[in-house]
Write a protein of this length. Structure first.
Length: 409
């Protein structure tokens, strides 16, 4: 059964950043939090912890490694050794700490924009320098890693790559073939691949997610996975992430980390994460039904009500990457949506210069809120278009080629 989003009056009572950052006349469809109720097994586990006043320090890794290994086998076709699993506070922090063990200060790290904005901060925090190799689209219009460009960066001295799989903001799970080829390149040049796989459990029925560490011996030797239950089960505030290795080299990197890397995971985060991975399958199936239905709804509403806006349905997560380059809002879509329609979106420019004329919309909410938000934007954009026509001006086109920035599938 689909999991229905909570009603607007109840959502307005939430104090997390999604619902707390803007006044009540704004519909917040920005940061990646869902508006669904907490899964009952997770809620029960947290209530049980409170009932026993179990609010002390986390004892080691708790039940998370075994729960994650079971989840990975059931849901992702991935055999994970619980002994190779470590906990930390969140995915971004885990990425930083893995990079610190795999690069020297000043080394270049490849990122593939448009991509999750914190990647541009994670690399310098770890002591590295960002080397951008933008995504391409293949002959069928599907987003693809620029393997030739990545190899050039490796040859030029990049020592690591931050892989986003499934790719945020495009909602694209990278193909096994591309991941296998990436692993071959990394092995040939002695490069570490650090894969952010936080959106993996939210892969839609239209696609298949392939864990990087599962594709080949080369990937297992050069790779690390950092993930969490936080996106799939809406647990971002509870602060617990999973780092996974599949080689002796990877385990040595974990062993070299300060103990504080692991201590910073929270007791409630570990309790909730273990419950999610062990007992959350039924809820997740229902959430995915809601998400996939909403993805189709966004596709229909954009086509019907937002002329000039390009959108291709994602195959993972609950995020829509909207191209406003052919509209009157091309210069600043998110700013215009907020000011003129009172809808909060993520500005595309934060994902890299390739996203300058884009905005990211979070459809992990109710159909009613989506319809209201698109309706507001349609009315405001039509007014802006009319004003532009009256003034005899044309929209400022994106300076980036569509092949490098547009989600085509």
């Amino acid at each position: 059964m689909p999991v229905a989003a909570e009603p607007l009056d109840r959502l307005r009572r939430r104090t997390s950043v999604k619902w707390g950052a803007y006044p009540d006349d704004v519909l917040p469809l920005w940061v990646a939090e869902m508006d669904l109720p907490l899964a009952e097994p997770i809620a029960q586990a947290l209530h049980d912890a409170i009932d026993r006043s179990d609010t002390g320090y986390l004892n080691g890794r708790g039940a998370v490694p075994e729960a994650f290994a079971g989840f990975a086998a059931r849901r992702l076709g991935w055999e994970v050794s619980p002994a190779a699993v470590r906990l930390t506070i969140d995915v971004s922090y885990g990425l930083v700490e893995v990079l610190r063990r795999t690069i020297a200060p000043g080394d270049e790290v490849v990122v593939t924009p448009p991509v999750y904005p914190p990647f541009f901060e994670i690399v310098p925090e770890a002591g590295g320098r960002v080397a951008e190799v933008p995504l391409l689209t293949d002959g069928a219009g599907t987003p693809a890693l620029d393997l030739d460009g990545i190899e050039r960066a490796f040859r030029a001295g990049a020592r690591a790559m931050l892989l986003c799989n499934p790719h945020n903001p495009l909602g694209h799970p990278h193909t096994r073939e591309q991941l296998e080829a990436l692993a071959v390149l990394a092995a040939a040049h002695g490069v570490s691949i650090v894969s952010d796989e936080i959106h993996a459990p939210l892969t839609h029925s239209s696609a298949t997610f392939t864990p990087f560490l599962e594709v080949s011996d080369a990937a297992r030797e050069c790779g690390f996975s950092v993930t969490s239950a936080s996106k799939a089960f809406n647990l971002a505030g509870l602060k617990c992430a999973v780092m996974v290795a599949a080689s002796d080299r990877g385990i040595r990197a974990f062993d070299a980390m300060p103990e504080e890397v692991f201590w910073r995971a929270s007791q409630f985060g570990a309790i909730a994460t273990a419950a999610a991975f062990a007992s959350g399958d039924e809820w997740l199936d229902g959430a995915l039904q809601t998400i996939e239905s909403n993805a189709l709804l966004v596709e229909r509403l954009v086509a019907e009500r937002l002329p000039g806006v390009a959108y291709r349905r994602p195959h993972a997560s609950y995020l829509a990457w909207l191209d406003f380059s052919g509209t009157a809002w091309a210069a600043d879509p998110a700013g215009a949506a907020l000011e003129q329609a009172r809808v909060a979106l993520n500005p595309g420019g934060g994902f890299g210069r390739q996203g300058a004329a884009f905005a990211r919309l979070n459809f992990g909410t109710s159909p009613e809120i989506i319809e209201e938000a698109v309706g507001r934007m349609a009315e405001a954009l039509a007014s802006a278009t009319a004003r532009r026509a009256a003034a005899g001006t044309t929209p400022r086109a994106s300076s980036v080629s569509r092949s490098a920035s547009t989600p085509e599938e």
